[in-house]
Design a protein around this ligand. Structure first.
Ligand code: SAM
Length: 243
């Protein structure tokens, strides 16, 4: 049985898709996806030897070698353009996900859906999707084993640019708080529309963290920390208002 994080990612795959799971580690997602019929074919890409071996073993044990191709390589270089229609990249930082997408953008021709699960720096991923014309069709936030995860689903869509412009346009909450595009990129335009308990827990914890940093900077006498202090204060006030 796979974790509920991976299960939630699997649920977002289009029925019968051709999948590339980049940074697949034990290939748990591709195995589950082909077994359930969600994927008709999958590539499990891995850059490191250890996880690559684990992926090969897992696929062999599952008897899915005919439907899952385990390949060694950096990011999207393991696929050819047009080979898959769905890409998942999960369990790594947002900066790494963005660098993989940017470096392999030519491989995304023909890809209709991206399901991305950054462990940190989700805003970098939202910004990349926005700037590269991928429509953010769904956002999920969940908690498992004490960790919080966000899953971002993005689709190739002829009107992606306009749809995203609308999604990220400044919004005023009933209490008068303005959610700017920057705040929406940070917190998620869809998550802020229907915030759940996990969302509030995440941002309350972030506020506490920021407050601690703010206090430690305020007590230091260094001139150079003044600017940082002001920046953190600004961020704090914006987040606090949004909540
Ligand atoms: N995707 C799985 C999941 O969500 O459970 C595994 C996540 S694991 C923490 C991250 C994996 O990404 C590691 O196995 C690592 O070797 C792999 N990885 C990191 N950078 C990569 C890259 N540029 N290309 C392919 N794989 C990469």
């Amino acid at each position: 049985k796979i974790s509920s994080r991976l299960q939630q990612i699997a649920e977002r795959l289009p029925e019968g898709c051709r999948l590339a799971d980049i940074g697949s580690d034990h290939a748990l997602l591709p195995v589950s996806a082909v077994k359930s019929g969600k994927a008709s074919f999958a590539v499990a890409g891995e850059v490191s030897d250890g996880p690559l071996d684990a992926a090969r073993r897992q696929v062999a044990e599952a008897g899915e070698g005919h439907r899952i191709s385990v390949r060694k390589g950096n990011g999207l270089e393991v696929i050819t353009a047009g080979e898959v229609d769905t890409v998942t990249i999960a369990g790594m930082g947002g900066a790494l996900i963005v660098s993989i997408l940017s470096a392999g953008e030519d491989k995304l021709v023909g890809v209709k859906r991206l399901v991305l699960q950054p462990n940190v720096a989700e805003e970098l991923v939202r910004r990349w999707l926005f700037e590269h014309g991928w429509f953010l069709s769904e956002e999920v936030i969940l908690q498992e084993d004490g960790k919080i995860y966000e899953i971002l689903t993005a689709d190739a869509h002829p009107d992606a640019m306009q749809l995203n412009e609308k999604l990220y346009s400044e919004r005023t909450l009933p209490g008068g708080t303005v959610l700017t595009k920057e705040i929406l990129l940070t917190m998620g335009p869809r998550l802020t529309e229907e915030p759940n308990e996990v969302f509030f827990y995440k941002w309350d914890s972030e506020l506490l963290k920021l407050d601690r940093i703010r206090q430690s900077i305020a007590t230091s006498k260094l001139e150079s920390s003044r600017e940082k202090e002001m920046e953190i204060n600004r961020e704090y006030v914006q987040l606090e208002e949004a909540l």
